[in-house]
Write a protein that binds this ligand. Structure first.
Ligand SMILES: *Cc1c(COP(=O)(O)O)cnc(C)c1O
Length: 460
């Protein structure tokens, strides 16, 4: 059969409150045309993020019920530790409340002012935690990874020549670790090949530098390797995952992604001395090393979720459903980042709405229109999020790209929800020339996208 069905039945449902276009127009207005300020209750299909929004399985909920809340050495901790060790193969495992807590602990022990950390593309919390230590975060994704329309099977790969160049210029002592983010979230959820992981590891190790993997979407990345890389078609996902991590010295992880959990994370290493120091810091800010800021029930949910995320039927549905959305809008002329990544589709709003200049925020305009038209919440990744003021002229410098991200929560929406999203996007496409640009009426001095207020600018 060629129809791919959701590989689950639905045991519990959560109602969606239906709204009309008139209601949404009023809601948009009172939220200052910023979807971060709209209540989730007023959203029909919420594609704001895939982080912490997964639907847990009945097995995960059963594990939650069985969670052991003992402060030290709880049963849940041993389940969690065994699962993480089985999946990733690291000796030392440190639980944290989110991925960024793992990052903070790792970088504050390894990075000094003036150091350099190369990555394919740093996720924003990763970059911020490195910079907070006075070190520099450098992005070395291959050139194809920066071109939205270019199709490449592993657009998340690191440019290995550029990596060698950086090590030679700055010297290995300035580079405490090399990182690889799989999949490359900030670069469109694009995968990294096994060959690239092996090559990057080889280069780093030649210079005695450890390689850490930002493991958030490890299972989606492994599935792309199975589908696209010669020699992996017959290998199981757990086997591919073990090989991926065999090349690394440690990892950071947000269990809110491929942990299929609503909260949690961890930090792993093979270095016993470093693990001791990490546990000391953990106690300071997160908690005792057998719970690290999580409830026992969360540890149990993650232990089950990590294994479920590697089921091939699940991954087949997951990747097919994301690419179904992407290909159905792309074939009708909506410009998207190609090829579709694992967890999200990115619409190129600059190309779709050429009549709106970057200074009038085409991404924001499209986000508002998708909400007004169909109650869909997406997020602008463009000049609202990344625009900067020129320190001399005070003029705004636009971001390099004006994207709208549609992130797909795991196991939450069915094919008819996705069909609806396609229909709304195509309806907006049909009348794209009538969509107005926006101006900012209120903004904070940093991270303005969370709280800014806007108003539409009347069409001339
Ligand atoms: C989400 C994410 C993080 C941070 O994890 P949190 O759990 O949100 O703190 C780090 N790296 C990548 C690639 C992510 O997607």
């Amino acid at each position: 059969m060629k129809t791919i069905i959701e590989p689950f039945k639905i045991k519990v449902v959560e109602s969606i409150r239906m709204t009309t276009q008139e209601e949404r127009e009023a809601l948009l207005q009172s939220a200052g045309y910023n979807l971060f300020l709209v209540s989730a209750e007023d959203v029909l299909i919420d594609l704001l993020t895939d982080s912490g929004t997964a639907a847990m399985s009945s097995r995960q909920w059963a594990a939650v019920m069985d969670g052991d809340e003992a402060y030290a050495g709880s049963r849940s901790w041993f389940h969690f530790e065994a699962a993480v060790r089985e999946v990733f193969g690291f000796a030392h495992i440190i639980p944290t409340h989110q991925g960024r807590a793992a990052e903070r602990i790792l970088f504050s022990l390894t990075c000094s002012p003036g150091d350099i950390v190369p990555n394919n593309t740093h996720f924003d919390t990763t970059r911020a935690n490195i910079e907070h230590c006075g070190a520099q975060a450098i992005d070395l994704v291959i050139p194809e990874g920066k071109e939205p329309a270019t199709v490449h099977p592993f657009k998340g790969n690191m440019d290995t020549e550029a990596l060698e160049g950086i090590i030679r210029i700055h010297g290995k002592d300035k580079i405490p670790l090399v990182m690889l983010t799989i999949t490359n979230n900030s670069g469109g959820g694009q995968p990294v090949s096994m060959r690239n992981i092996r090559d990057v590891s080889g280069i780093a190790h030649t210079y005695g530098i450890p390689l850490y993997i930002d493991a958030c979407r490890f299972a989606e990345n492994a599935y792309f390797i199975k589908l696209r890389e010669p020699g992996y078609a017959a290998r199981s996902i757990p086997d591919i995952v073990r090989e991926m991590f065999s090349h690394a010295d440690g990892c950071t992880m947000s269990a809110k992604k491929d942990g299929l959990a609503n909260i949690g994370g961890f930090l792993c290493t093979r270095n016993a001395g470093l693990a001791e120091q990490e546990k000391e810091l953990l106690i300071l800010t997160e908690g005792f090393p057998t719970y690290g800021g999580l409830a026992g029930r969360d540890l149990d949910a993650i232990a089950v979720g990590l294994r479920e995320a590697m089921h091939e039927d699940y991954l087949n549905y997951r990747i097919a459903s994301t690419s179904y959305l992407g290909s159905h809008i792309a074939e009708r002329g909506v410009p998207i980042v190609q090829p579709p990544g694992g967890h999200a589709i990115y619409i190129d709003a600059k190309a779709m709405l050429p009549h709106i200049p970057p200074g009038r925020y085409p991404g924001q305009a499209l986000c508002c229109e998708l909400y007004r038209s169909g109650g869909i919440r997406s997020v602008e990744i463009g000049s609202v999020m990344f625009g900067r003021r020129d320190p001399d002229t005070g003029e705004e410098i636009p971001a390099p790209m004006e994207l709208v991200r549609l992130a797909i929560p795991r196991r939450v929406y069915t094919q008819s929800h996705i069909d609806y999203v396609v229909e709304v996007i195509l309806e907006v496409l049909d009348r794209k020339d009538t969509i107005p640009g926006y101006r900012i009426t209120h903004q904070a001095s940093f991270l303005r996208h969370f709280t800014a207020r806007f108003e539409p600018i009347g069409m001339a």
